[in-house]
Every structure is written in structure tokens, then in C-alpha cells.
Design a protein around this ligand. Structure first.
Ligand code: ADP
Ligand code: MG
Length: 344
């Protein structure tokens, strides 16, 4: 009853603290904010000068006095202070204060340590939360994707973010297997940068390589495409344009990273409980996260495992939607059920 009253009086908030993007869900309103997980600060004083989209614009082109950092880049908290600054900025931006401070559910990468979890919780409290609950990212993604997590039958979720890929097997509202690697969509971009330099002596930046990935990147053959790429000639130092095909990008640049993601999934299948293996033959594998949008990844994983692979609806919002659904469920769950779902 008191919980319900609090819910009525406060804006409960769900946050997807991603390596590439932070999304904020406000109860009864849905996703209200989506900004890059980037913080810019002055090099000497370490004072934060911009967060989110404003800070991302500074990445790669900061004046000498400012540095732009990604606090969650590898799925761990690189710097507590800038993570806190980011969390505070996002919470304050959406929390149009009602009578009671918000309850905040934060989805965190499953690889973070107990100390890092404590730091995230403390940061959110300092930013004005009344209570903080942490959800493991795969659990949040599973809830967001609408998987029947409370059933005995196992489900497998693969969340491919910017800096990490997380795989988990979930049944009876608990995680029975999980692993993550520090490889995600960013590594695909880096592989394209390396390939353009190796094959053509062409230097390109992160923005261009991500654009190549969006436009013609793929994990499996499809109706092939091509495009012109502009960059700087590594030896002459002058601007140069090169024509590339989706086939060469797939086979020469992306293949290695894609196979690391496939290996992660195969390992999970190899290590999970036999009963769960059996369940997955029917239930298949669900892909979430922005990296799931690369063409043909579902097909490659399906070919490698022999299992059906489904892309979650709106993969970029899956985790944030999961935190939102969890907030709505909170009133109906017992303390034990909540403890099982959250990560301590
Ligand atoms: P995180 O949860 O780690 O913040 P996201 O789930 O937001 O990551 O995904 C970000 C990654 O998804 C980036 O590497 C981005 O380039 C990639 N991405 C987003 N849209 C697409 C797309 N249409 N095709 C391929 N990759 C995409
Ligand atoms: Mg994510």
C-alpha cells in the first residue's frame, strides 16, 4: 500500500547504463531520453563540461584542454567520478521532482564487480534516488524482449552492445549461465578502420567506419551493396575516395569479430545444463542490443548452432523497456521474487 502511494507520488525511473548509449525510462511515460554514454571534462581541473550528445560531438575533435571519455566503454566502470556525473546528469534531466524522490532501477553490465555495483547505487542515491535496484543487463533485456522468464523452460538472450556482448540463459526468474566479452559493435567499427588502412592506405575516423557498417555492413551474404568512402591517404596525407563493396567489408573486416560473438554463443550452449539445451531447441535464441541490427547476424548464429534465432523488437530499446516493465511489476512481486531478479 505504502509502495503504491509512493509510486503515485514519485516518478520511478529505469536506466539502461550502456557502453554506447544510456536510455532513461520514466514510469507511465516510457523512454524519455536516449543519449550517448559520453562525458567531456577539462583535462587540468577534471571538471565536467558536457554529458551525453553534447559530449559525443566532442569525441575525436576536442580542443587540447578538453577530453571526451566513455565511462562504461568496456562494460566496467572506467572512472567512478565521471560515471557518477553522467548518472546524475541523466537522473536530474528527467526527474521533474514530485513529492517523493524516485525509485530507480538501473540495468548494469553483468561483468561489473561488487564494488562497482555499490558505486552505481551510491551515485544514484547522491543524485536524488530514494531506492536503487540493479538489474543485470541480460535479465533486463529478457524482460524487455517479453521472454517468459518466470517459466521453467530456459531462454537464451544475447545482447550485443557497443563495447560488450553478453549472453545469458534464464529460467525460473534467475540467471543460470552468463558470460560477457569485451567485443561488440565498436569492434566492428574498429575492424573497418583497420581494414581500410591495410587494404587501401586510407585513414578514416570512427564516424565514417560506423556509417560504413550501417550502410553496407553484414555478417552473412545478402543482395550486395557498395559505396564510396572518403578519408585521408596515409602516405600522401591528402583526401582520397575509395569504392568498397559489402562483400569485402564482411569477409575481410567484420568476419573475425562476428566469429567471436558466434563462439560466445556456442560456448554457452556447450556449458549449459542439458535440460536447458533441450529447451532451446524449441525456444531458440533472442538477439538484443544495437549490434543485433547488423545484417545477417541472426542467420550466421542460426547456421552455427542449428537453433532458431529471433531478433527482439526494437533491440536498441530492449534493456530500457525491460527496466520499465520491471518497475511496473514491482508492486505485484514479493520481496523474494524481487531479490531473485535483481543483481545484489
Ligand atoms: P550499449 O547497450 O552497449 O550502449 P547499444 O545497444 O546502444 O549498446 O548498441 C550500440 C551499438 O549498436 C553501436 O556499436 C552501434 O554502432 C550499433 N548499431 C546501432 N544501430 C545499428 C545498425 N542499424 N546496424 C549495425 N549496428 C548498429
Ligand atoms: Mg546495452
Amino acid at each position: 500500500m505504502i509502495g503504491n502511494l509512493f509510486g503515485f507520488l514519485s516518478n520511478d525511473i529505469g536506466i539502461d547504463l550502456g557502453t554506447a548509449n544510456t536510455l532513461v525510462f520514466v514510469r507511465d511515460r516510457g523512454i524519455v531520453l536516449r543519449e550517448p554514454s559520453v562525458v567531456a571534462r577539462y583535462k587540468t581541473s577534471k571538471k565536467v563540461c558536457a554529458v551525453g550528445a553534447d559530449a559525443k560531438r566532442m569525441l575525436g575533435r576536442t580542443p587540447g584542454t578538453i577530453e571526451a571519455l566513455r565511462p562504461m566503454k568496456d562494460g566496467v566502470i572506467a572512472d567512478f567520478e565521471i560515471s557518477e556525473a553522467m548518472l546524475r546528469y541523466f537522473i536530474e534531466k528527467v526527474d521533474k521532482r514530485k513529492l517523493v524522490p524516485p525509485r530507480v532501477v538501473i540495468a548494469v553490465p553483468s561483468g561489473i564487480t561488487a564494488v562497482e555495483k555499490r558505486a552505481v547505487k551510491d551515485s544514484a542515491i547522491r543524485a536524488g534516488a530514494r531506492e536503487v535496484l540493479l538489474l543485470g543487463e541480460p535479465m533486463a533485456a529478457s524482460i524487455g524482449a517479453g521472454l517468459p522468464i518466470e517459466k521453467e523452460e530456459a531462454n537464451m538472450i544475447v545482447d550485443i552492445g557497443g563495447g560488450t556482448t553478453e549472453v545469458a540463459i534464464i529460467s525460473i526468474s534467475g540467471v543460470s549461465y552468463q558470460r560477457s566479452i569485451r567485443v561488440g559493435g565498436d569492434e566492428l567499427d574498429e575492424a573497418i578502420i583497420a581494414y581500410m588502412k591495410r587494404a587501401y592506405g586510407l585513414l578514416i575516423g570512427e564516424r565514417t567506419s560506423e556509417e560504413i557498417k550501417f550502410k553496407i555492413g553484414s555478417a552473412a551474404p545478402f543482395g550486395e551493396l557498395s559505396m564510396d568512402v572518403r578519408g585521408r591517404d596515409a602516405t600522401a596525407g591528402l583526401p582520397k575516395t575509395i569504392h568498397i563493396t559489402s562483400q569485402e567489408i564482411r569477409e575481410e573486416a567484420l568476419k573475425e569479430v562476428v566469429s567471436q560473438i558466434v563462439e560466445l554463443v556456442k560456448n554457452a550452449l556447450d556449458r549449459c545444463q542439458p535440460e536447458h539445451s533441450a529447451d532451446l531447441i524449441d525456444r531458440g535464441i533472442v538477439l538484443a542490443g544495437g549490434g543485433a541490427l547488423i545484417r545477417g547476424l541472426d542467420q550466421v548464429i542460426s547456421d552455427a548452432t542449428g537453433l532458431p534465432v529471433i531478433q527482439a523488437d526494437d533491440p536498441l530499446c530492449c534493456v530500457a523497456n525491460g527496466t520499465g516493465k520491471f518497475l511496473n511489476l514491482l508492486g505485484t512481486l514479493s520481496r523474494e521474487q524481487v531479490d531473485r531478479l535483481v543483481t545484489q
